[in-house]
Design a protein around this ligand. Sequence first.
Ligand code: CP
Ligand code: NVA
Length: 318
Amino acid sequence: MSPAIRHLIEIDDLSPDEVLRVLDLSASPDRPGLLAGRTVGLVFEKPSMRTRNAMEVAVAQLGGYPVTMQGQEVGLGSREPATDVATVLSRYHALIGARVNDDITVRAMATVSRVPVINLLSDRSHPCQALADLLTLRNLWGSFRGRSLTWVGDGNNVCRSLALGAAAVGIDVRLASPGGYGLDPADLASIRRFGTSVETFDDPTAAVRGTDAVCTDVWSSMGHEAEAGVRRGAFSGWTIDARLMSLAAPDAAFLHCLPAHRGEEVSSAVIDGPQSAVWDQAENRLHTARGLLMFLLDKDRRVITKATWDGLPRRRPT
Ligand code: CP
Ligand code: NVA
């Protein structure tokens, strides 16, 4: 991986200050023509609505053109290796985004790419969602200081990235999952390295008491469809309903990355109720996509200083 190029595979590829910088860029009305005359390549191995729209619109807002490909048509890992795909795409585009089944795929793409690679969701991480969630919370709270966030449900890709990002910006993190569905000890150690309080629970009631935000996601993520029945059993009693929300702080926000399954992980009364921030979260996917592109492309531009450029080997004109 070239040290000069910045990728976003997991949220902690950004330092805490850089996360805040991306949030500032996302909240700014500025839309510089950073991508004028340039393109971004987006590859999707799994379905997407928000992520695809947010990235495509953000690229257009910065003056560029998005080229979106389905994993099947590209044959990522089947027609040709993901590294060959990334090597070629990085010669066409200013930046690559990839939503992949296996985290290893997007990491491999970053090792060969000449341009920034963004993880648009893998089985392990969803850093773009974490940025949108943090922007949503900062807009609600004004600052992160002294705030706590509680995850209730599957310790999945969205949970891992949000917990890491929240701890990085100073939010206390509580994680509640049924036995066997929580984050593993290595992830918890990684989240704890930022120094905020990180607590785990096997009971949602104790976890949400007095918290400032209650966050969840589906019980069965993409790729876990075959386990849906078993998971429905394991998560029985873990629905976030009005009773559970009433234990949180009176103005606690409810967050969900969407798509949601009303009646499973959340009741209609909560997701469609006054404490729900899910539509702002979804809108913030666009603003943070734009902020992230501005951050990564600006870094990219600064790498190619005149001195660096003058030192690059050139082919002599023939
Ligand atoms: N939240 C999210 O990533 O939505 P999509 O799967 O629709 O992109
Ligand atoms: N955890 C979910 C998130 C979807 C945006 C999944 O991976 O399917």
